[in-house]
Design a protein around this ligand. Structure first.
Ligand SMILES: [Zn+2]
Length: 350
């Protein structure tokens, strides 16, 4: 089990990286942004066998969290713990319909409460696994509850029962877990939707769980914490490292590795457009107007029912405005990055 280090909770740094969005950021978002509706009430998790021993748990209510599990000879690994004890219970019921083997691991793909608040409802013997930064940021439980509130219709009872349960095992860039006859790889490629995004990959099945790093079919990246350049680098590393067939996203419809063909150009076009707007002296509104969401990102999924498609299109348009806003802010707020870009440009023109 290379790459493992035991999390010494007391020893973890209390620092929250400056890149994190403060809770009030949701209310400062540009007009048109719709917080993702994550209230799980009424949601079912449908079990879908993707390969022998490899199961997606797909939410019946979009975009409430998906999850999943992998079964080996010795036991089970669950991907994401969901938002509360009730949903974590549905995950365990789904596992029990397939196997009686113990749940050895629960992997949190990021620190958000909708992926981690269910941790406490798994057995004590189950090891919670997360990337180092995810483990650190999870300690700010009250901040996370505040951030999550608008996504559950401001109903605090959704996670009223939740107790904070921190990871037992942390990884930096890579960790391999052998379930007995079936190996699961955990990859952290860098900052994406959050600083500690983790991809769970079953190589023999070429199935990946991507958390919020890659969302479902028809989506664009969501730069909730900004950092377009870092996100692009992360996506490039992902592309170089893994040859993925099926992707079970943290939210949305099942997709495939082909979605990298949207995410990579989206990010580089976003960076280029916002950089041009700033260099032309445009304000934020002008930058948003000058950076429309390209038509290649708005083609919708065939066969989906029209009201859902319309809702999804509005949601995606809001995410794009958010992305332009955060990228603009990031480039404006950090003079060194502008100088860096200017230096890059003059080198490129030599
Ligand atoms: Zn999420």
């Amino acid at each position: 089990m290379k790459g493992i280090s035991k999390a010494a909770h007391a020893g973890l740094s209390p620092l929250i990286p400056a890149v994190l969005a403060p809770p009030e950021v949701m209310t400062q978002a540009p007009p048109g942004f719709i917080p993702p509706p994550l209230n799980p009430s009424g949601a079912r998790l449908e079990t879908k066998e993707l390969a022998p021993g490899v199961y997606g748990l797909l939410s019946s209510k979009l975009p409430v969290d998906n999850s999943g599990f992998v079964v080996g000879e010795h036991g089970v690994l669950v991907i994401d713990a969901h938002i509360n004890g009730a949903m974590a219970g549905l995950i365990q019921t789904a596992v029990r319909q397939v196997t009686n083997k113990p749940i050895l691991y629960v992997v949190n793909t990021n620190y958000h409460g909708d992926h981690t608040f269910g941790n406490y409802a798994f057995p004590q013997e189950t090891l919670i696994v997360a990337q180092q930064k995810t483990a650190e940021i999870m300690r700010d439980f009250e901040r996370e509850k505040q951030l999550l509130l608008p996504t559950v219709g401001n109903d605090p009872t959704v996670f009223g029962d939740v107790r904070l349960r921190l990871p037992d095992l942390v990884l930096d860039e890579y960790l391999e877990l052998d379930l007995g006859g079936r190996v699961v790889e955990l990859h952290h490629f860098g900052h994406g939707n959050t600083p500690g995004d983790t991809v769970v990959f079953v190589p023999e099945a070429r199935v990946a769980w991507t958390g919020n790093l890659i969302l479902g079919e028809g989506t664009i990246p969501f730069l909730i914490e900004g950092g377009a350049g870092a996100y692009l680098e992360t996506m490039a590393k992902f592309t170089h490292t893994l040859e993925v067939g099926t992707i079970v996203p943290g939210h949305g419809l099942l997709t495939s590795g082909a979605i990298l063909g949207r995410y990579l150009p989206y990010l580089s076009e976003l960076i280029e457009s916002v950089r041009k707007a700033i260099r032309a002296g445009q304000n934020l509104d002008e930058a948003i107007a000058a950076t429309p969401l390209g038509q290649q990102y708005t083609e919708d999924i065939a066969g989906s029912d029209p009201p859902l498609v319309a809702q999804f299109a509005a949601f995606r348009a809001g995410i794009h405005r958010w992305n332009v806003w955060r990228t603009y802010q990031g480039m404006k707020g950090d003079p060194t990055s502008i100088q860096h870009l200017a230096r890059g440009l003059s080198l490129a023109s030599v």
